[in-house]
Design a protein around this ligand. Structure first.
Ligand code: AMP
Length: 567
């Protein structure tokens, strides 16, 4: 069975293809979204999702979230005494989704289609694939999120030629993609985006307003305080808004504080964020060579598109009502599952060929002769242009630049700048060519981008026929197969908290958090109900536990409400 996974910055979710079509797989708590958060306790037990978030409220130094942003980078996360990469943390989230899917489906799940933002570069895509492999999946395909979303919206079923724009504003990333469906071929025509723009920025805006109003110095917050206030701002953004304003409430050093932010004022403060949204929209249209009027359908994806202010802005920007028929948070996972079914050639799913584009220009560094016949280094020569439909292969010829040059270094670069040093270095290939006059030795370089957007570079010295091929893998964060296996063995003993006990654990962690937030009588009540619940857990009678869990949850709801009201 192949499942589809949306490995998100804020939330992750899995879906599978059934007779009724694609369906979301509920997690161990019966919820559809699993927060992309990981925490580890002193016994090396790993918590993923909601329990990780609850633990982080009390033990912030033992948890991490938003690690997708660092995918493929060298950034390390310290959780308690352990150090992890973004790929490793993501692999825990994927492992947890895998377990949930196996439980839900009652069978082993070994293959997955995992989505990535269209804007993810080669390094980040490979890191995502690696995370999947570390979680024990065969990663069938890495699919771009907008393509998956378009599939979920049934765009692949349309007969006539259709052009659509997918507007995906998630927790931490923004992607715009223009897709075209023509004769059963779904082609991504252009992608553009911003890896540092999303719902988090809107949350921060509310938080900053609150801090300003209450003269709280942002730089003097402990990690715990910062997380707590951020959660309150997040809550306000999602649930605490009426038609005209946002209301953020929080306990601050024993006192209840509140900020009312008028929607109008919020939108004014968010003007810079909305401006940032416009840029990739413009770029994608111009790269695809289409005008806004030529777009048939606008599709909303990502949790942040649920914000009324964002919908209003999108409506204005495009001059029409966008399509939001599928839950914007679920579209990508559903599409990935359908893609999995297409791969398995499941009868009910029409086969469409998906194509993608490479999100960045790929090229190499060259020396250029200036007027005085001087050689100037650091010039960038594009080989595969941004938004070329992949799989794609492009070949260019290069020549030695001075007499007796026997060493040639091919510097593989990615980016849009004219200057090599401004672009991202993906690796190098060193060649030894025969001793000859300048311009006499020819090197044929081929860049090939496969469907998973993995880059292979081939260099052939024409005179000798010598060929060197390189799958771009010499980044510091890229691991060899052996290294990966070794690391997987190292991580294998870290067990994810048992799914059967997860619901109880989440409540106990929530009780712990509320205990820290509460004082006086409420604390005593918390102590009492928690002890009662723990007592029943010890007795290990499943029916009694079920009942007690309900009672305990009700008690916690009530206590939280009381806390909320400022006691
Ligand atoms: P995604 O990455 O698609 O899971 O989107 C996550 C982002 O969507 C987070 O920043 C959430 O705060 C935001 N989000 C989810 N639901 C809502 C909502 N009802 N209103 C506003 N933002 C939301």
């Amino acid at each position: 069975m192949i499942i589809g996974i949306d490995l998100g910055t804020t939330n992750s979710l899995a879906a599978c293809y059934t007779e009724e079509g694609a369906v979301i797989i509920p997690n161990r708590l019966g919820e559809r979204l699993t927060p992309s958060a990981v925490s580890i306790d002193e016994n090396d037990q790993i918590y993923v999702g909601k329990s990780a978030l609850e633990r982080m409220a009390v033990h912030p130094e033992e948890g991490a979230s938003l690690f997708k942003r660092s995918m493929g980078s060298q950034r390390k996360f310290t959780l308690g005494k352990k150090i992890f990469s973004s790929e490793e943390l993501s692999s825990f989230v994927l492992r947890s989704l895998k377990e949930d899917a196996e439980y839900f489906l009652g069978e082993k799940v070994e293959e997955a289609v995992i989505s990535v933002p269209a804007y993810f570069n080669d390094k980040k895509r490979k890191a995502t694939k690696l995370a999947g492999e570390m979680a024990g999946f065969k990663v069938e395909r890495i699919i771009s999120e907008p393509t998956a979303a378009a599939i979920a919206y049934g765009m692949y079923q349309k007969k006539e030629n259709t052009r659509f724009l997918v507007f995906d504003l998630g927790g931490g990333t923004f992607d715009v993609s223009i897709l075209e469906l023509e004769d059963d071929i779904m082609e991504v025509r252009a992608v553009a985006g911003d890896n540092y723009l999303g719902g988090e920025d809107f949350t921060n805006l509310i938080l900053d307003t609150f801090l300003e109003e209450h003269h709280i110095d942002k730089n003097n917050l402990s990690e715990k305080e910062r997380l707590y206030l951020r959660n309150q701002a997040e809550r306000c953004k999602c649930y605490g808004n009426t038609e005209n304003f946002f209301r953020m409430q929080a306990m601050w050093r024993g006192e209840k504080k509140e900020t009312l932010l008028l929607k109008k004022e919020f939108e004014k403060r968010a003007a810079m964020l909305f401006d940032k949204i416009k840029q990739p929209v413009r770029r994608s249209l111009s790269d695809a060579g289409v005008r806004l009027g030529e777009i048939d359908e606008i599709v909303l994806v990502g949790g942040t598109t649920r914000m009324p202010s964002v919908r209003k802005f999108v409506g204005k920007l495009f001059g029409r009502v966008p399509n939001a028929g599928v839950n914007p948070e679920e579209a990508v996972a559903l599409g990935a599952a359908i893609q999995g079914a297409m791969k398995e050639r499941r009868a009910a799913v029409k086969e469409v060929i998906l194509t993608d584009v490479c999100p960045f220009t790929l090229g190499t560094e060259v020396s250029v002769k200036t007027e005085g016949n001087r050689l100037e280094n650091n010039h960038f020569c594009p080989i595969l242009e941004r938004n070329t439909v992949i799989p794609a292969s492009r070949t260019e010829k290069f020549y030695t630049v001075y007499d007796h040059q026997t060493q040639v270094e091919i510097h593989i670069l990615q980016g849009e700048s004219r200057f090599a040093s401004n672009n991202v270095s993906l690796g190098t290939i060193s060649l030894t060519v025969p001793d000859n006059d300048a311009g006499k030795e020819e090197i044929v370089i081929t860049y090939t981008y496969d469907v998973n957007a993995l880059l292979e570079v081939e260099a052939v010295i024409t005179s000798t026929g010598e060929k060197i091929t390189k799958l771009i893998q010499n980044q510091d964060s890229d691991m060899t197969l052996e290294q990966m296996q070794k690391r997987m063995e190292e991580l294998a003993y870290l067990k994810i908290h048992p799914r059967e006990q997860e619901a109880n654990k989440v409540l106990l962690l929530r009780g712990e958090r509320l205990y820290e937030e509460a004082t006086g009588e409420l604390r005593e009540q918390l102590e009492l109900v928690t002890r009662q619940f723990e007592f029943i857990l010890d007795k290990q009678n499943p029916d009694r536990i079920e009942e007690a869990r309900k009672d305990y949850e009700e008690a916690l709801d009530w206590i939280e409400e009381e806390l909320w009201m400022g006691q």
